[in-house]
Design a protein around this ligand. Structure first.
Ligand SMILES: NC(=O)C1=CN([C@@H]2O[C@H](COP(=O)(O)OP(=O)(O)OC[C@H]3O[C@@H](n4cnc5c(N)ncnc54)[C@H](O)[C@@H]3O)[C@@H](O)[C@H]2O)C=CC1
Ligand SMILES: O=C(O)[C@@H]1CCC=N1
Length: 298
């Protein structure tokens, strides 16, 4: 319980110097191999980010899927694909589970016999808990639950992860090193992962909707779509940099823009009439609940 009497997840342990040294040795091993069970949109985003880090060569990454639909995205970057999930586990130390959530249990059942204590199994499936992953894999399997977003593809992803019972701090560091060109990657208590899914995994789509709506407004006022689209994107980028670099509260930065009787406060009033902030809070709440629900489905 915290001071307010609320349940609070236990803090995550910090990394030791010994763990960092072991990770450095591991990450520079020429043998490091990375696999993806599921070769879809999120798998290719992560694979491209891992390649940018430069420690894993394309020919040491393999992805599996039942169809060749998205295989081209992997092969054109020099990675290998297969239709056999077990081949991925046989060939790779770090294996991302990147199928849709309802398929995860069946996919894990298919690879269970191949998973050893040398593997690091990293699920990115929305809602699927560490308990579910550990139950589906051999006892003692090293499991991580990770939630990325699609901006990993351009190195600006927001990722959180939690470790399973047998997963070591060294393995957590190895994962963070692997993903260091995908964006920020924080270890968090597991209950935060569904929240992150609602806020960021899904939330990046809300940001795109905001950008689209800004541009629509500008088009309505007579600007061309191309100019409006670029300015909308740069406006979001500028706001994000201001938040991250100044560490100021969003309301402070908002107040700095709002002159008394000026243009901004007129625009803000319109947003408030449309329940702007309340609508976004509701979206995060609903998407978080949906993530939790996906994890409970059989
Ligand atoms: N798309 C996104 O923005 C994000 C997705 N995720 C999670 O990533 C996972 C994948 O999502 P997407 O990439 O969007 O989906 P997707 O539909 O693009 O990719 C799924 C892939 O799994 C393959 N697949 C289906 N059954 C399989 C099986 N039995 N064995 C191996 N592969 C199989 C499909 O052929 C496809 O290549 C989901 O669990 C989702 O919750 C997490 C964060 C963000
Ligand atoms: O919509 C979804 O289910 C996935 C999970 C987070 C983002 N996309």
């Amino acid at each position: 319980m915290n001071e307010e009497g609320c349940d609070e997840p236990a803090p995550v342990p910090t990394t030791t110097a010994a763990a960092a040294a072991a990770t450095t040795a591991n990450i520079h091993s020429a043998d490091l191999t990375v696999g993806f069970i599921g070769a879809g949109k999120m798998a290719i985003c992560l694979a491209k980010g891992i390649l940018k880090r430069g420690i894993v060569k394309p020919d040491r990454i393999v992805a599996s899927a039942p169809t060749d639909r998205s295989a081209g995205l992997f092969t054109e970057a020099g990675m290998r694909t297969t239709r056999d999930n077990r081949e991925v586990v046989q060939a790779c130390k770090v294996v991302f589970i990147a199928t849709k959530p309802p398929v995860v249990k069946a996919a894990l059942a298919g690879i269970r016999g191949e998973v050893t204590g040398d593997h690091l199994i990293v699920s990115i499936a929305a809602g699927i808990t560490i308990a579910t992953l550990e139950k589906a894999l051999p006892v003692g399997a090293h499991v991580v639950r990770l939630m990325p977003n699609t901006a990993c593809q351009v190195g600006e992803g927001a990722m959180v992860f939690a470790r399973g019972r047998s997963t070591t701090p060294e393995e957590a560091l190895l994962l963070q090193e692997l993903l260091s060109h995908c964006g920020m990657c924080l270890e968090v208590p597991e209950p935060y992962i569904d929240i992150h899914t609602g806020m960021s995994g899904s939330g990046i789509a809300y940001a795109y909707m905001f950008a689209e709506a800004l541009a629509d407004g500008a088009v309505k006022m007579g600007m061309t779509r191309a100019v409006a689209g670029d300015i909308a994107a740069q406006t979001l980028l500028g706001a994000a940099r201001m938040l991250l670099q100044t560490k100021a509260h969003p309301s402070q930065l908002k107040d700095d823009v709002s002159s008394p009787g000026g243009t901004t406060i007129y625009g803000i009033h319109e947003l408030e009439k449309g329940n702007f902030r309340s609508t976004i809070i509701n979206a995060v709440e609903t998407a978080t609940a949906r993530a939790s629900h996906l994890g409970k489905q059989d």
